[in-house]
Design a protein around this ligand. Structure first.
Ligand code: SAM
Length: 309
């Protein structure tokens, strides 16, 4: 069975990138009244305590969301209000992400970190639908208990099924409007090929859906092939795409004075979006430089943004 538990990683730089993009896409899709179906292929536990044992042990949130929260000015200061010398302007996409995190932490700070299921549910309207897939028995149980507190009834379905294969039964949804977040842990090498198979099938069944794939950028050929192959597939299907990456440090293995070697941990990740909102690129063009600056762990921190238009 899997050893990956998202609780160790909640609120890290990869979550910051992924959830900022997710919120931006949702805000756009929810401007239209017609019902939206959101499918989260790899849901995780849904809600995390950043002061709990898991997140506390890894400390990843301290170099992710907590840096942004500490640096963020009062809610009133966003890109729509003038910046002051002490409170630099926060790009709209990042300000919106921080606003959502704040909704879960009304006392301030970020003790609670919402995973994708809670972020999505928080934004959906009553007539929208959310399908959550989670295979890890412990995380699925926690997700179930967390979601039960929302009393969301028929709006949310939790499925203890394989998120790579079972999800396509929801495509196309009755309202023919859907967003799929595909966020595997990639702890098994075959996850990369399974993402490609899923996206190929999804595009065949419902070419106009919006698909957001998160992937790690690590020294492994599959990780570099994945976005390239997603792009080829998307262009061949005649659909638009967007690729955003965020790097916070070098991927080089470090050797200390004693000769011991240390892997750097996840240095970078990306989001590949098929049929993105036309507004997303400009929003990320403003947000990514700020993310790269604020989440930098060494001088290799950078970002990229690519896609037609
Ligand atoms: N999307 C979540 C978020 O943003 O808060 C984080 C998800 S985490 C990166 C990946 C999750 O996928 C883990 O909880 C893992 O147990 C689960 N998982 C792994 N393989 C799966 C599969 N084939 N189907 C469904 N869930 C799976």
């Amino acid at each position: 069975m899997f050893s990956y538990r998202h609780a160790f990683h909640a609120g890290n730089h990869a979550d910051v990138l992924k959830h900022t993009v997710l919120i931006n896409i949702l805000d756009y899709l929810l401007e239209k009244e017609a019902a939206l179906t959101v499918v989260d292929t790899h849901a995780g536990a849904g809600l995390y305590r950043l002061d709990g044992d898991y997140a506390g042990t890894s400390g990843e949130a301290a170099e992710g969301i907590l840096r942004l929260v500490d640096a963020s000015p009062s809610p009133a200061t966003t890109s729509t209000t003038p910046a002051t010398a002490s409170a630099p302007e926060v790009p709209a996409a990042l300000a919106r992400y921080l606003e959502v995190i704040r909704d879960f932490n009304p006392q301030g700070g970020a003790r609670i970190y919402p995973g994708s299921p809670f972020i999505i549910q928080h934004l959906l309207r009553d007539h929208d639908r959310l399908k959550l897939f989670e295979l890890h028995p412990t995380d699925a149980r926690t997700l179930d208990a967390n979601i039960a507190q929302l009393e969301a009834g028929r709006q949310i379905a939790i499925l203890l099924e394989d998120g790579f294969t079972s999800v396509v039964k929801f495509l196309p949804p009755p309202s023919r409007r859907a967003l799929m977040l595909c966020d595997p842990s990639y702890e098994i090498k075959t996850d990369y090929a399974r993402v490609l198979d899923l996206m190929a099938e999804a595009l065949k069944r419902f070419a106009t859906g919006t698909y957001a794939v998160w992937y790690p950028i690590i020294p492994r050929p599959e990780s570099h092939d994945l976005p390239r192959r997603l792009k080829t597939m998307t262009v061949k299907a005649g659909r638009s795409w967007l690729q955003a990456t965020l790097t916070v440090k070098s991927s080089k293995i470090v050797t200390d004075e004693s000769g011991a070697t240390h892997r750097p941990g996840l240095p970078a990740s990306g989001m590949f979006v098929i049929n993105p909102p036309f507004t997303l690129k400009a929003q990320l063009a403003a947000a990514l430089p700020v993310m790269a600056k604020q989440l930098a762990q060494d001088r290799n921190a950078t970002f990229s943004l690519d896609g037609p238009g």
